[in-house]
Design a protein around this ligand. Structure first.
Ligand SMILES: [Zn+2]
Length: 154
């Protein structure tokens, strides 16, 4: 199984740092191990996008073509499935990003508050949640962690 083999390779390579480039704390290792599967999902969505376009261009794809839109952004015209695109966006937006919640970390390092509006008690955030956190909290968290922002990936 080509896909299964690829999945195993990704899982081994992608569990040591979060989306910010920070080392993932041990209690978050299982959560951030899912990044391998999120990356696999991204690859598979890409493959499915190409497959749908290819099907739509074939005589047997005439009915499928009626349910698709034509897109020209990012290169030559292609057939696009809006539902697939929405599913792709929803899945990738849910990926773990920061292995620390700035609000919880600044309040009590090592404890995530169940009522936290940013992480909802998970202690980690998605990219959009992290970026929605005010800059001063993020900066304070980096300072508390002893990380200079220039050292970060993002
Ligand atoms: Zn939180």
């Amino acid at each position: 199984m080509r896909v299964a083999g690829r999945e195993i390779l990704l899982a081994a390579a992608e569990t040591s740092s979060d989306g910010l480039g920070l080392p993932v704390p041990a209690p978050m290792a299982d959560i951030f191990a899912a990044l391998a599967d999120f990356r696999l999902a991204k690859d598979l969505y890409g493959q499915l996008t190409h497959l749908i376009d290819r099907l739509a261009r074939q005589p047997g794809g005439a009915v499928l073509r009626q349910h698709l839109t034509r897109k020209t952004e990012h290169g030559p015209e292609r057939f696009d499935c809006a539902e697939l695109h929405a599913s792709y966006q929803k899945a990738l937006a849910a990926a773990p990003y920061s292995s620390y919640c700035p609000l919880c970390y600044l309040a009590h390092p090592g404890f995530s508050h169940p009522d936290c509006k940013l992480c909802r008690g998970q202690g980690w955030t998605t990219q959009s949640a992290f970026e929605s956190c005010p800059e001063n909290y993020r900066r304070e968290m980096f300072n508390a962690l002893g990380v200079r922002q220039l050292e970060l990936v993002a």
